[in-house]
Design a protein around this ligand. Sequence first.
Ligand code: FAD
Ligand code: NAP
Ligand code: SF4
Length: 672
Amino acid sequence: MTDYPHLFRPLDLGHVTLPNRALMGSMHTGLEELGDFGRVAAYYARRAEGGVALMVTGGMAPNREGGVLPGAAGLFTDKDMANHARVTQSVHDAGGRIAMQILHAGRYAYSPECVAPSPVKSPISPFLPAELDEEGIEKQIADIVEAARRAQAVGYDGVEVMGSEGYFLNQFLVTHTNKRTDRWGGAYENRMRLPVEVVRRVREAVGQEFIVIYRLSMIDLVPNGSTWGEVVQLAHAIEGAGASILNTGIGWHEARIPTIATSVPRRAFTWVTKKLMGEVGIPVITSNRINTPEVAEAVLADGCADMVSMARPFLADPDFIKKAKAGRAKTIAPCIACNQACLDHTFEMKIASCLVNPQAAHETELVYAPADAPKTVAVVGAGPAGLSTAITAAQRGHDVTLFDRADQIGGQLNMAKRIPGKEEFHGLVDWFGTMLKEAGVTLRLGTEADVEMLSAFEEVIVASGVVPRDPGIETTGGRVVSYVDVLTGREVAGDRVAIVGAGGIGFDVAEFLTHEGESPTENLEAWLEEWGVADPSKHRAGLAPEGPQPSSSPRKVSLFQRKAERPGKRLGKTTGWIHRASLQMKGVQMVGGVTYDLIDDAGLHVTRQDGTQEVVPCDTVVLCAGQESDRSLADALEAAGVSAHVIGGADVAAELDAKRAIDQGSRLAASL
Ligand code: FAD
Ligand code: NAP
Ligand code: SF4
């Protein structure tokens, strides 16, 4: 008997029966572009072993002009075909199934060769697309169909035709991007002709015994996007054209509403998919911010969809399904939806991985083999660096003792989890706790580790973290506290606050101080209202006519930095804009290019970039001016001649985050 009866109900697709209702959604890892297909095969095979019913690859270009970037992967050459055959073979050998996504980027292609229904530049690309003529459109259809035919030839179980997120097919659907007056533009019947024709001809080419998924944008979240009536009309037509499954797309990439970030409530958009249930006879998949078996089960039990798509959760833990089935859900490494190692990497042209699981997409390179000679290992510091080291070392067979002076594990993650919109960090700390027990780590909380205690161990690892930097601003009065004070419960006096430092922590503290009561991330209705998301059957494309309606801030907050650049510029590529927009909605003043002159009873005295001096009246100044390594223990060990590995913030404080801490800890543990 399973805890998740809906999740583990097989799904009959006619020619094939899927063993459960979980789809691994498409994610671009960048591995294909590296050309190392042994690594691509290992990545997918690992996830197939974990029991997910069906996987969808990252988007493959049907032709050069449709690739997201010049050189984007596709099935163009004999070598490409042989490489992909290797991937499908490995997946099938592991007992899994895999469909190839065909992604034509249209005007989103980051290339001067990009093409689109009309020459309308997107706000997220510098390139003006060329308008396709009739022959050009025919070529695009033929190329997509050929990609499907090739996918079938190399052993894929199906294809997903990417029709959402504002890509090529989606661009034909709305008048904003389709200004044509021929049979591909004008009335909706004409605008939807291309996606329907693509699916019809793909089905014709591949026959009946092949899965054809169509990813349909159910709520565009952009002005002049599709109406709900159009969504339903398209869904009917796509079903009629021969699709096996409809998958959900939420929002165009250019939408100014977050759709998958950690501050988006769990299952925030499954109600949209639910509206389509009963409208079509083929299975419907829902997606976005579904990251635990409990949530997946509830979504299915509530009748929101026939199947759930989870993408990033399978980066965090390839054994998600296997563990859920075995009643071991607590051991599933949680995807915290941070985007830090997956999507942000993709946008930085790096290989995608996972903050929580550095082995993701590094399966062949980062291997946790059983230790040849088990040793006694002491790890000092139960922040993410120490936790990941301790768990991995113990899993490899070492005898590990983990010390922390605090009475709980987590280190700075315990501050991160108090930020509204970062609630997922609770789950991460809880998971670390479960895994410490599973791995048999001896945990000694409330214990200040010193040289004497450590010298008996064969390996000593110092993960003692950081201390907040004192920026040394002359202070003759006023109230000055650090972010640690604020986030560990010290009262912030008054309702006017100036924050010194606009890094990740400065932004988080501003978020903390501008909210009160329940976090909108924990209250879907409040979150939808805050960002201006409406029922798409009432308001076109799901945009509320009144726009975002944030709750008012209990404080007047100002955020400063010395760098003469836009505050927040260095935050995560895919999430920085959300942090900035969120604080703007709360009326936070963000100022770059200042010099700090003085803090006194009148407030924070600064000199602006243009030389003007200003007193920012405030009741409290919060220092978020970065951090320095806590090397006190490392130095003492060195002085006593005890050799130690120093990792995490204790090693290098600059640009430290949990991603680097976990990666460094895991890699060290793999080498012990
Ligand atoms: P720490 O987490 O600082 O842990 C060090 C531990 O060592 C502490 O628990 C301390 O008590 C213990 N210790 C020190 N000396 C001793 C001793 N002698 N004996 C026993 N115990 C000792 N990072 C992200 O990647 N993404 C985010 O979204 C994010 N958000 C954040 C939000 C906030 C508000 C904060 C404060 C941080 C955030 N971070 C985030 C940063 C992240 O938490 C840190 O980079 C990370 O925790 C550093 O890990 P660490 O293990 O090196 O050190
Ligand atoms: P940070 O990002 O390095 O920012 C430090 C801030 O302090 C900067 O704005 C810096 O700007 C300012 N500063 C530095 N030295 C100063 C000085 N001497 N006087 C005055 N101001 C000074 O560090 P952080 O905000 O402490 O964050 C720590 C780490 O946690 C970061 O690396 C970050 O990646 C991680 N984190 C990540 C997230 C996330 O969402 N991914 C969230 C929180 C934290 P100026 O020098 O221009 O003044
Ligand atoms: Fe999830 Fe963050 Fe890992 Fe991406 S990096 S898969 S968002 S936990």
